[in-house]
Design a protein around this ligand. Structure first.
Ligand code: SAM
Length: 286
């Protein structure tokens, strides 16, 4: 955590660093829509990923019980902390921290309840952030996140659609997702080269309901989605599984021998996982 030391005259005078994905939102209506999409957070601790110059943070301050904003850029952290700490509204902490190392479980325990997450994500680490949130799903209630449009298309894709893949199943196994709205590059300063989409993610992991161990299932997903154009059977073979085991597994779980993983809903992948695990052909973190 950093105080106001080192803060310069105005946060807009801190030059943007493109290597940290610093494309700042400059559309006030979009900011309001993002915070409104979180719903009522007057009783919640909201963790903001990458507050930057504080566009979302300022809107959040009057709505959340407590805001914990994680910013990796030391200069921005100092500046924002100097501008917002003690500025009225609810409790706010601007932490100089890497979101990928943040302990969401610990923060949830300290808050005495599940966390709400918001962020216009730094696009260079979107997938690792989504995986970090998935890993922390038990500590989280919901998230509203802005990502590159193509990533949102993959995250919210339905099985058999062009964009459905490993990222879609990984995210959707941790709870339902829905796109909310899309913004053009001109909504940001400096403008990125891509459109951006905001989506909502309600954390409700499905592993128990589908009767699979999370780590075992994630291990299977990594195998069957390893090579996109290959069939699921070929991917399992490439991962070292016996052809006879694969053939029996597919037959007994009703999966077409020529199916690709992208064509199967999570329920089908889960029944395949259960079969393989019962036969001792799959272990966690393989
Ligand atoms: N929320 C602000 C807005 O909407 O204008 C800034 C969003 S900008 C797209 C992403 C922010 O994430 C930047 O401020 C950047 O410095 C910060 N950031 C980049 N990598 C980070 C990391 N690993 N952990 C925390 N923040 C990070």
């Amino acid at each position: 955590m950093i105080g106001g030391q080192g803060a310069s005259a105005n946060i807009d005078s801190v030059p943007p660093k493109s290597k940290l994905g610093q494309n700042f939102l400059r559309d006030p209506k979009a900011v309001r829509r993002i915070v409104a999409a979180l719903g009522d957070c007057s009783g919640s601790t909201v963790v903001e990923i990458g507050p930057g110059r504080g566009a979302i943070t300022r809107e959040l301050m009057s709505k959340a019980k407590r805001v914990v904003a994680l910013e990796i850029d030391e200069a921005l952290t100092a500046q924002l902390s100097g501008e917002l700490t003690g500025a009225g509204g609810r409790e706010i902490v601007i932490e100089n921290a890497d979101v990928l190392a943040f302990d969401f479980e610990g923060a949830s325990r300290a808050a005495g309840g599940k966390l709400v997450v918001v962020g216009n994500l730094p696009y260079y680490i979107t997938s690792p952030i989504l995986m970090r949130l998935a890993d922390s799903a038990r500590a989280l209630d919901r998230a509203v996140l802005m990502v590159q449009r193509e990533v949102a298309d993959r995250v919210t894709a339905k099985p058999r659609s062009r964009d459905f893949g490993l990222l879609s199943v990984m995210v959707q196994m941790h709870g339902p997702v829905e796109p909310i709205f899309t913004l053009p590059p001109s909504a940001f300063s400096p403008p990125p080269e891509v459109h951006s989409t905001v989506f909502r993610w309600r954390f409700a992991p499905r592993f128990e309901e589908l009767g699979v161990d999370r780590d075992v299932f994630v291990g299977l997903l990594r195998k069957v989605f390893a090579l996109k154009r290959k069939t699921l059977a070929n991917n399992l073979r490439a991962a070292g599984m016996e052809p006879e085991t694969i053939a029996r597994a597919l037959e007994e779980t009703g999966v077409d021998a020529k199916a690709r993983a992208e064509e199967l809903p999570p329920e089908k992948l889960a029944s395949l996982c259960r079969w393989l695990q019962e036969k001792g052909s799959l272990r966690a973190a393989e």
